[in-house]
Design a protein around this ligand. Sequence first.
Ligand SMILES: Nc1ncnc2c1ncn2[C@@H]1O[C@H](COP(=O)(O)OP(=O)(O)OP(=O)(O)O)[C@@H](O)[C@H]1O
Ligand SMILES: [Mg+2]
Length: 365
Amino acid sequence: MVEVKAEEIKKYLEELYREKITLIEISRVGGEGKVKLEEGEIKGYGYGEPLLIRFSVKGQVKKLVLTTVRPGGFGHEHFSDRAQMLLWAHSAYNSLPRHVRSLDVGCFNTDSTLTSLGKMEEAFLLTEYVEGEEYYRDLERIKRERRIMELDLDRAKALARYIADVHSVKGREKNLYVRRLRELLGHGEAIMGLLDSYRPDPSYVTTDELVKIEKKCVDWRWRLKGKKHRLSRVHGDFHPWNVKFKGELDFVVLDRSRGEWGEPADDVTAMSINYLFYSIQEFGELRGPFKALWTIFIETYLEETGDSEVLRVMQPFYAWRGLVIANPIWYPTLKPSVRRKIFNFIFNVLGEEEFNYKEVNNYLK
Ligand SMILES: Nc1ncnc2c1ncn2[C@@H]1O[C@H](COP(=O)(O)OP(=O)(O)OP(=O)(O)O)[C@@H](O)[C@H]1O
Ligand SMILES: [Mg+2]
């Protein structure tokens, strides 16, 4: 938490008003009187406490409330959660009749300065450009040629070792594990969001079946909530479009998503389901070159981590990823029979205590 300094608040207001400002008083809303300033720093201030700022500008005394959000549960764990709430507040307050007016939204910087974000239209991220080939191109080639090279096996092993190493760092804020499971169900990009994006089509799934999937996943959420010991560093969107190979075994990953800490099964399923997916499209089942990649990826991961428990946790994550690959939004040209097999996979896996990766074709029936 940064030091909140009266001087910086004054500077910020002067930029906002483009006028000289005289600070009169900073106090806690609900008035336990003035805040204690030590060397200009507001002592004992904690995010979440609204501050009443009294100041004069052009001879007029004004009172404004500076609000921050208290870090904590209920989805307020990350500063980005709290930023999202206040960015939204600034964009919505002034359009509701009789609602207190919002003058600005901004942020405290690590150097205690304040920055206005009031003019913000859309956020952007600036990253390096990564040279190389996306991993999905390998899978496209293997599907085309129906055979693999030694390098393909080595790459699958390298990806399994990489993600095993990522997962070797365990998280301390155990409640983030429960949050991650909640978001696996309710996040717009996750199970409920995916289920809502489906227009029921009789040829491969019905609304009843979609409801059943959601209900089974709710049971899984309650079954897994107690496994907080599994909270680990994760990527969060570890799929073949987010990996670029620069050399034989040298690669860079893209697009980490939805939180730094979570359930390792998220990454294991995001990558492995694509070996199954490509194989079903080409062979109607897991077979040949893709079976070899599937087996070496999962077995290398289990060897590296010793985490056999993942086979009793990964089911709802496979369901989520299954809902992605079976979805016409992303894969409009799939045969209905392929989509049906993926939904069979989802159903059967959700009914399985321990995932049997050696007999995965049984789940396609
Ligand atoms: N920093 C980068 N350097 C090189 N290529 C990039 C970079 N970022 C994105 N790409 C390329 O653009 C493609 C799409 O980008 P991006 O991953 O952001 O899409 P996306 O919509 O986020 O997809 P998803 O969420 O499924 O990963 C990537 O597959 C990759 O090929
Ligand atoms: Mg991406």
